[in-house]
Design a protein around this ligand. Structure first.
Ligand code: 5GP
Ligand code: ZN
Length: 115
């Protein structure tokens, strides 16, 4: 489990210490393709600043930036027919990387409820 900034894989992606397929960047967030896509389009949107997950974020600007960036990314990816946004929180939420991220999934129909 990546709980600290020093061993966080997404912080390393922000610092470009490890490569990623970056699709979008603005002042506060970056977006890159998921290494194991679950849909034809599967992009992860993260704040450049490290927060473990939703439990740790109190700042409305950070949460607003994440969702507005997710929308921008979906628009640029051509997902006008719709897309799924997911934020997994904690072990029961299925979170595996402990740097908050929004999944943007598109390019197919996404059924509800998820597994
Ligand atoms: P979570 O399960 O925490 O909601 O989502 C973590 C996501 O990060 C997974 O979909 C996983 O495939 C993706 N992921 C894990 N390690 C890497 C990596 O090194 N690079 C990229 N691009 N995605 C990763
Ligand atoms: Zn991090």
């Amino acid at each position: 489990m990546n709980n600290s900034v020093t061993d966080c894989i997404f912080c390393k992606i922000v610092k470009k210490e490890i490569p990623s397929n970056l699709v979008y960047e603005n002042e506060n967030c970056i977006a890159f393709n998921d290494i194991k896509p679950a849909s034809p389009t599967h992009i992860l949107v993260i704040p450049k600043k490290h927060y473990k997950n939703l439990w740790e974020v109190e700042d409305k600007d950070v949460l607003g930036d994440l969702l507005l960036t997710a929308k921008e990314v979906a628009k640029k990816a051509g997902l006008q027919d719709g897309f799924r946004t997911v934020i997994n929180t904690g072990d029961n939420g299925g979170q595996t990387v402990y740097h908050i991220h929004v999944h943007v999934l598109g390019g197919r129909f996404h059924k509800w409820p998820p597994g």
